[in-house]
Design a binder for this molecule. Structure first.
Ligand code: DAH
Length: 339
């Protein structure tokens, strides 16, 4: 019996030693130590051993079980460490690997230009305001001194959504919303989408504008010119000049169209500026006192200036893009060139 136990123990220890994985080890443990394992079978055979020898033989069986268990535990640790190391080696990342065909996205040129314009004005102390694209006639027109049936409505073709509701035709209604909401001093820029039923090489039914509004004491046309001159130098280049031409908007008085010297020919005259050396970039003016009063601001105490520009138009001028439609086609080759 003693020999049998020793042979079985040696066999079991050799089997443990030969295991190459924890799965193998599991099987070996079941085979020798499990409920219907070989050592248990030996224990069952104890009934055939003479009673006086049972304690001794029982002691051998226990020793054998302890030895096999200890060997299995130590083997398990070794195997676990080995498996962890192999797993880590397999999962390691080669940081020097150079992937060949990663398609990176990029910001749309209009987004780049919008961000740039917003950055220029926020660095001058303006904050960013927003308003709804589905707007009330009151904010889009009436409060801006464009009553119903006024001929000035023809300046902006409109998608109406009912008698009093429309898709905003410009970002100017956010001027009204801001002035009704806050007391001067006010210094805001308003980037956002606007809508008009036009569609050709230089117009799209949806386009983006940036509005500017300053209301404070003693604001004049000179402040407007100073700010816009600085803006043009930042956006185009430091030699850019601006000029004001008289114009008409119901919400400003006086009103101006603002031109910048052509960024391609620097004023000499080229195709982009149609030979004039100047390019029209935005509309602006001194806020009409009627608009201030419509918004509950005392026009004897406060004055302001405002301006509005089309982001697509500025983008086309800045990058020499001749047809606006390419900005909406999402041709990846075109978009990639702005990365
Ligand atoms: N809202 C005008 C438009 O869309 C642009 C504009 C002109 C905005 C003069 C202004 C402004 O704030 O003062 O045509």
């Amino acid at each position: 019996m003693k020999e049998k136990i020793e042979i079985l123990m040696r066999e079991a220890l050799a089997a443990v030693e030969a295991c190459e994985s924890n799965a193998d080890l599991g099987k070996v443990k079941v085979k020798y130590l499990g409920k219907s394992g070989e050592l248990t079978a030996l224990l069952r055979g104890m009934k055939d051993v003479p009673a006086d020898q049972r304690p001794v033989i029982g002691g051998y069986v226990n020793e054998a079980r302890d030895a096999i268990t200890a060997a299995a535990e130590s083997k398990e640790k070794t195997l676990k460490a080995k498996e962890t190391e192999e797993k880590m080696l397999k999962e390691s990342i080669d940081v020097t690997y150079q992937p060949t065909d990663v398609k990176l996205g990029s910001l749309h040129p209009c987004t780049l230009v919008k961000n740039e314009i917003v950055d220029i004005f926020t660095s001058l102390g303006f904050s960013v305001a927003q308003g709804p694209e589905v707007e009330l006639d009151f904010f889009n027109f009436q409060a801006l001194n464009i009553p119903k049936d006024h001929p000035a409505r023809d300046m902006q073709d409109t998608f109406y959504l009912g008698d009093e509701m429309l898709l905003r035709t410009h970002t100017s209604p956010v001027q009204v919303r801001t002035m009704l909401d806050k007391k001067p001093p006010i210094r805001i820029v308003v980037p956002g989408k606007v809508y008009r039923p036009d569609d050709d090489a230089t117009h799209s039914p949806m386009f983006q504008q940036i509005e500017g509004l300053v209301v404070d004491k003693h604001i004049t046309l000179c402040d407007l010119k100073g700010i816009l001159s600085l803006f043009a130098k930042e956006l185009f280049d430091k030699n850019t000049k601006i000029r004001f031409r008289p114009s008409y908007f119901p919400f400003t008085e006086p009103s101006v169209e603002v031109d910048v010297t052509c960024s391609q020919c620097h004023g000499k005259g080229c195709r982009l500026c149609k030979g004039t050396g100047w390019i029209e970039v935005l509309g602006a003016g001194v806020v009409n006192p009627k608009v201030l009063e419509n918004c509950g601001i005392d026009s004897n105490e406060y004055s302001g200036f405002a301006f509005g520009m089309g982001i697509e138009r500025i983008t086309m001028i800045k990058y020499g893009i001749p047809d606006m439609r390419i900005l909406f086609e999402n041709d990846a080759r075109f978009l990639r060139s702005f990365r």
